[in-house]
Design a protein around this ligand. Structure first.
Ligand code: MN
Length: 318
């Protein structure tokens, strides 16, 4: 079995169930109920789920949206610190756990300070951000100091899917499309493209962004992004490189929640085997399914080693 690092692996803190409840509209009540128990466990159950597929290190993150859904900024800041301290305790108890910081994005400077504390003092590898916060995306000017700190720290920022600020008309009579089946993909891919086209990666060339689900369909579309960007109504937007080139410098992708050979090959062929990293999305996906799939996927052994652990080790400094 190829040794693995997994980095979209979730946990829950008992005080955060109210925020997590906002996700209940997106998934079946059955899965939501089952996930609760697994999310709270940092012991044998989680370690057994890692061992069965050779995961040596799990980088843990709070199941969203967490305090990003909190209206009171001070409460968000306070609770983010609390959950990061809690995760750090678990990382000390079990050295096979890494961590992505949970941040109150309502206050960009506090978020930057907390990221720095989590990376420098608590040994975390970066942050996971659950999509928009109060309708604001990460390309907003207010986040310039945040990206500056991200770059200085060499930390990775993982954009995890979340719902848009309002449910658009198109989904009203199709609740099954609102969530992981479709709307999360649209929301998260668009979020990444907002960062790219706003020039965030020109201003912060060392910024490191991670997307789940093999890049939220974007590898498939890279040729078209380059081609249609040329003729788009882009006003005074300028980019230093072609859109596709940022995917080879600033963006990494995980296999979370995607166990299909053709999209994996597509992602590797379009952005390179050094950008793709194995993940499960525990406990919302089955570790065995993800592990068995990557072991048998049509990769060279060198590619499999990169995807299973070498890329994550290099990116996150594990
Ligand atoms: Mn997830």
């Amino acid at each position: 079995m190829t040794p693995k690092i997994a980095l979209e692996e979730h946990f829950m803190h008992p005080d955060f169930f109210d925020y997590f409840g906002k996700t209940a509209i997106n998934i079946s009540p059955d899965l939501f109920g089952k996930a609760k128990e697994a999310l709270l466990d940092f012991g044998e159950r989680r370690i057994a789920a890692m061992d069965v597929i050779g995961v040596e290190t799990s980088v843990l993150s709070l199941a969203g949206p967490g305090v990003q859904a909190e209206k009171r900024v001070e409460t968000a800041v306070r609770l983010a610190r609390k959950v990061n301290d809690y995760l750090a305790e678990q990382m000390v108890k079990q050295p096979r756990y890494g961590g992505f910081a949970h941040l109150a994005m309502q206050d960009p400077i506090e978020a930057a300070n907390e990221l720095e504390r989590c990376v420098r003092d608590l040994g975390m590898q970066g942050a996971m951000i659950n999509g928009q916060t109060g309708g604001t995306y990460l390309d907003d000017d207010r986040y310039a100091p945040f990206w500056e700190r991200v770059s200085d720290l060499g930390a990775a920022v993982y954009i995890h899917p979340n719902n848009p600020p309002e449910q658009v008309h198109m989904y009203h009579d199709h609740p099954e499309l609102f969530g992981p089946v479709w709307s999360w993909t649209v929301e998260t891919a668009t979020h990444a493209l907002r960062l790219l086209f706003s020039g965030t990666f020109d201003r912060f060339p060392n910024a490191r962004l991670i997307l789940g689900h093999l890049g939220e369909t974007l590898p498939y579309l890279l040729w078209r992004l380059d081609s249609r960007w040329e003729i788009s109504n882009r006003g005074d937007m300028r980019l230093a490189m072609k859109p596709s080139e940022y995917f080879k410098r600033n963006i990494w992708m995980t296999t979370s929640g995607m166990c299909a050979d053709a999209p994996l090959r597509c992602a590797i062929d379009m952005v390179g085997a050094d950008r793709i990293m194995f993940s499960v999305d525990y406990p919302f996906e089955h570790p065995k399914e993800a592990g068995d799939w990557i072991e048998a996927a049509p990769l060279t052994e060198a590619e499999r080693t990169l995807v299973c652990h070498q890329n994550a080790r290099a990116l996150l400094g594990l």
